[in-house]
Design a protein. Structure first.
Length: 264
């Protein structure tokens, strides 16, 4: 079966025409003798009834091979895709017939002419257009029972109608109570961080060194106190170490100093 392009004119080579008298000799004079004309050329499309072909172009005898002729088919003869049968019966020769397959221009150019690609080939498909079409498709058109579209529709409806408070449920009360406890605890820590007074610090220093106001202290005790009280104002009057508040006037503590010599 030969291939023809839909809606396109073409000459088709048909034969050989054999003499009906001996069944073996090629007949080469059918056109010149007037036996083979367009009226003897019938076509049937996709199994329909035979009818004379539409083309009126002259039939040509093929000089390169005995008994072969070239029959012209025009765009009307090939206007539909599918099977096309050509049947020719003329005086002096046995009947000749041939079958053709008429295909679309895209198929013909892709498979035979080699100047196109089939439409089903992804190379001729705009991938971006496909993606846009998918994302822009109306969801409601794809919600048949049991389909993925129906499931997506249900999910979309649930998201729109979400109740945040209802989703938290009893956890909401528990969360509030926990926050209240944490706030109270943190507030206690913050209150405890209030700036201590200078007197509080002196008392703390004494507690750390084991020295009491009015008591005696060794040289090592004095050094320890001096290091601890480096940010305060103090003076030595020969027998006592006096610590003053930041105002240089308020006496915080007087610490008697032990006389030089062995401590016993």
């Amino acid at each position: 079966m030969r291939i023809l392009q839909q809606g396109t004119a073409a000459y088709v080579q048909v034969g050989p025409f054999i003499s009906d008298s001996d069944g073996k000799s090629p007949v080469t004079t059918l056109v010149s003798g007037g036996q083979l004309t367009n009226s003897e050329c019938l076509i049937a499309k996709n199994g329909a009834a035979f009818a004379q072909k539409a083309s009126s172009e002259t039939i040509l005898a093929d000089e390169t091979a005995d008994g072969w002729y070239r029959i012209h088919l025009n765009g009307t003869d090939t206007n539909g895709c599918g099977r096309l049968r050509l049947s020719i019966k003329c005086t002096g020769a046995l009947s000749v017939w041939d079958e053709f397959q008429v295909v679309s221009t895209n198929v013909f150019n892709s498979l035979w002419a080699g100047i196109d690609v089939l439409d089903v080939d992804v190379r001729s498909t705009d991938i971006d257009a496909i993606a846009d079409a998918v994302w822009d498709e109306t969801r409601g058109d794809h919600t048949a029972a049991g389909s993925t579209g129906e499931a997506l529709e249900d999910i979309a409806g649930d998201v729109v109608n979400l109740d945040g408070a209802a989703m938290r449920g009893t956890d909401s009360a528990a969360s509030a109570a926990y926050v209240a406890i944490m706030n109270s605890t943190l507030q206690g820590y913050i209150t405890a961080l209030n700036d201590p007074t200078a007197a509080d610090i002196v008392t703390a220093l004494f507690a750390k060194t084991g020295i009491t106001a009015g008591g005696t202290a060794s040289f090592e005790d004095i050094v320890q106190l001096l290091l601890a009280a480096a940010t305060w104002n103090f003076e030595l009057d020969g027998t006592n170490l006096k610590l003053y508040d930041d105002d240089n006037a308020t006496l915080l503590a007087t610490i008697p100093l032990q006389a030089a010599g062995p401590r016993g």
